[in-house]
Design a binder for this molecule. Structure first.
Ligand code: PBG
Length: 359
């Protein structure tokens, strides 16, 4: 059969970030009018599909969130997050061994303290629940990275992410007063042995304050992963049950971002880069894949994390429990799409399941 390029030109629009380009391509056809470029050729064989795959998931990409509870010898199942428990510190060594054996390199800790107060003092107490947890994990497996969430919502009696006052005529989180206790919290976590801190409170100037506070305390080598673009999202619902951290009045819209905004995320991220963030994060992940992509394009040189949050997890679990979806395929497809969008690492409650499926 003779082959010759025809003059049929196909064109389409591609929209990537703000660039809209017209791409023109000539589709060569055989003289009989059939396509001579056939993309299906590379899909015909599973070995070939492996060779041309662009995005590969690996348990090494995962960071598993853990909920550490005050008290002893308790594992309290989290109703809305099947397979996840609040666990007391004594349960951590066994849990960490399992996590390490699955090839998951890191955990991020959230705490449920015995006592909450207006300033969340358990968060920076030398023997606070998180500090105890960090020491227990590091004593068991020094090779598992221990990341700590730096925030106050789990530790305050009002459930907000910092110190609340009403100096502006209505109750709101006081940005600059909160920066001071965020530094105290991060230093306490580092003194306990945290390997990386992850501030999630969306306070302005948070990264600069923490960087200089850590450096002053001698922790200049501890990296900061900033929850740089964190949205005021309904997808955090199950987490607030898990961490017992729902705000007791109002909501978090005066500090977390409006889901409608993406350009603003680039400003948040650029500020955090300027202030010295080592790793950036977009949160949640699935409804914000466009933000992940734009942040990666704006800062390709900086490692990017995405937080596949509690609601994103629980929806899959609920549908799977009803037999409506294929849990394994859906989960791996979701995690792959987060990486494909541009994330280098993923905080996910699916970490253990996915690591087993990938093994
Ligand atoms: C603390 C924090 C939250 C999450 C992570 N860190 C809750 C919130 O902002 O209300 C949510 C994580 C999830 O939903 O999985 N500020």
């Amino acid at each position: 059969m003779s082959v010759g390029p025809s003059r049929d030109t196909i064109s389409w629009e591609t929209s990537d970030s703000s660039n809209v380009a017209q791409i023109e391509m000539t589709q060569p056809t055989t003289s009989a009018g059939f396509p001579s470029i056939r993309l299906r050729r590379l899909r015909s064989n599973p070995r070939l599909r492996d060779l041309v795959r662009e995005t590969e998931l690996n348990p090494r990409d995962f960071i598993l969130p853990l909920f550490v509870r005050h008290g002893q010898n308790q594992r309290v199942p989290i109703r809305s997050m099947p397979g996840h428990d609040q666990m007391t510190v004594d349960h951590l060594p066994r849990e960490i061994d399992e996590i390490a054996s699955l090839g998951i390199p890191a955990v991020i800790l959230f705490g449920i303290p015995e006592h909450k107060d207006a300033v969340g003092s358990d968060a920076y107490a030398a023997n606070g629940v998180i500090q105890q947890a960090v020491r227990a994990i590091k004593a068991t497996r020094s090779d598992v990275l221990v990341m700590t969430d730096v925030c106050f919502c789990e530790f305050t009696d009002h459930g907000h992410c910092g110190i609340v006052n009403d100096k502006h005529g209505h109750a709101d989180v006081d940005n600059d007063a909160t920066l001071e206790i965020l530094v105290k919290e991060a230093v306490a976590q580092c003194l306990a042995g945290a390997d990386l801190i992850a501030p999630s409170g969306m306070m302005d100037g948070m990264i600069a304050a923490l960087r200089s506070g850590l450096d002053t305390a001698g922790f200049e080598n501890i990296p900061i992963m900033s929850y740089a673009a964190k949205y005021a999202s309904a997808f955090y619902g199950p987490f607030r049950d898990a961490a017992e951290s729902a705000p007791q009045f109002g909501d978090r819209r005066s500090y977390q971002m409006d889901p409608a905004n993406a350009a603003e995320a680039l400003r948040e991220v650029a500020l955090d880069v300027a202030e010295g963030a080592d790793i950036l994060m977009v949160k949640p992940a699935l409804s914000y894949l466009d933000v992940i992509r734009r942040v990666k394009q704006a800062h390709p040189e900086i490692p990017l994390a995405a937080y596949n949050v509690s609601g994103e997890f629980s929806m899959v679990k609920a549908a799977a429990a009803n037999g409506w979806i294929d849990e394994q395929r859906i989960t791996l497809e979701i995690l792959t799409s987060i990486k494909r969008a541009g994330a280098d690492m993923i905080l996910t409650y699916f970490a253990k399941d996915a690591a087993k499926w990938l093994a």
